[in-house]
Design a protein around this ligand. Structure first.
Ligand code: SF4
Ligand code: SF4
Ligand code: SF4
Length: 279
């Protein structure tokens, strides 16, 4: 059986909020019986966009993480819902039945991703429906996906085996797999949001004149083992990315023709820009 999945490329998201606005346009004041009553104009973010700033100074980067309902295979919301108020369709889409869910405010806290919102006026929990009313009407993608101008969002409806191939080929990963819900939203370049880097700018001073040390050889060492190598660019910059936050001590070694090798220790908690390092 084919199931719907969303694929989100973190490197392509520019935080323009077109997806969020398209969701509002589709669902605010629009009731789709059998799928969901209208979304309130305020307070609900059926697709939330988180922001992560890494580094500082000239080596700062900012990435965004759009997070809709993950339409999980093991949805904690469904387990905690009374009266079968949350159902999973055979195509993987998870829907809340507004009549059965009436008054079940505790469902807001049942989702570990924070994807369920409370509609005070109607006394019901609500969330992203994967635009199931459009999908049933033969649309190829939900509104948010169609509205994304950068192609950061994609929707696919494929068999498990085919999706596993896509995961391998594109290097996709779920967000916070440790929550144990087995999501159907997968991310490309997720490391940009969840992992850390060590970066610096290498410089040299010759005859009293400072210059960028392009072409220096930088080695990253952890627990006595070499785990990365880079060559500095024309600004003398290097960046080792994809490291675990709070992963402790690293050694950086820098070698360049005509200069003595330089080594230094770094303690990584979150992404760090070490500033200028003179050979
Ligand atoms: S529309 Fe696309 S680029 Fe804009 S915030 Fe949403 S996912 Fe990111
Ligand atoms: S993300 Fe939350 S609300 Fe959506 S299916 Fe998973 S547990 Fe349920
Ligand atoms: S899939 Fe539809 S309901 Fe879900 S966030 Fe996108 S536009 Fe909103």
């Amino acid at each position: 059986m084919k199931k719907w999945r969303m694929i989100i490329d973190v490197e392509r998201c520019e935080d323009c909020n077109c997806c969020y606005m398209a969701c509002k346009d589709e669902h605010c004041d629009n009731s789709f019986p059998g799928y969901s009553p209208g979304q309130p104009k305020h307070g609900h973010r059926w697709i939330e966009i988180f922001r992560k700033e890494r580094g500082k100074g000239s080596l700062t980067d900012v990435f965004y993480l759009p997070v809709p309902c993950m339409h999980c295979n093991n949805p904690q919301c469904m387990t905690k819902a009374k009266n079968g108020a949350i159902k999973r369709r055979s195509d993987g889409i998870i829907l809340i039945d507004p009549e059965k869910a009436l008054g079940q405010k505790e469902l807001v806290d049942a989702c570990p991703y924070g994807a369920i919102y409370w509609n005070d006026e109607m006394n019901i929990p609500q969330k992203c429906t994967f635009c199931a009313h459009l999908i049933n009407d033969k649309w190829k993608a939900p509104r948010c996906v169609q509205a994304c101008p950068t192609g950061a969002l994609r929707a696919v409806c494929v068999e498990d085996e085919e999706f596993r191939e896509i995961i391998d080929k594109e290097g996709l990963a779920p967000y916070k797999p440790e929550l144990g819900t087995d999501p159907n939203v997968f991310y490309k370049n997720l490391d940009r949001f969840t992992k850390a880097f060590i970066a610096a700018s290498v410089a040299k001073r010759v005859d009293g004149i400072s210059d960028c040390a392009e072409g220096a050889h930088v080695t990253l060492i952890k627990d006595g083992k070499k785990i990365g190598e880079l060559i500095t660019d024309n600004y003398g910059d290097f960046k080792f990315d994809g490291l675990e936050e709070n992963s402790g001590a690293y050694t950086i070694s820098i070698e360049a023709d005509g200069f003595r090798e330089k080594t230094m220790e770094v303690h990584l908690t979150e992404s760090i820009y070490m500033g200028d390092i003179y050979l």
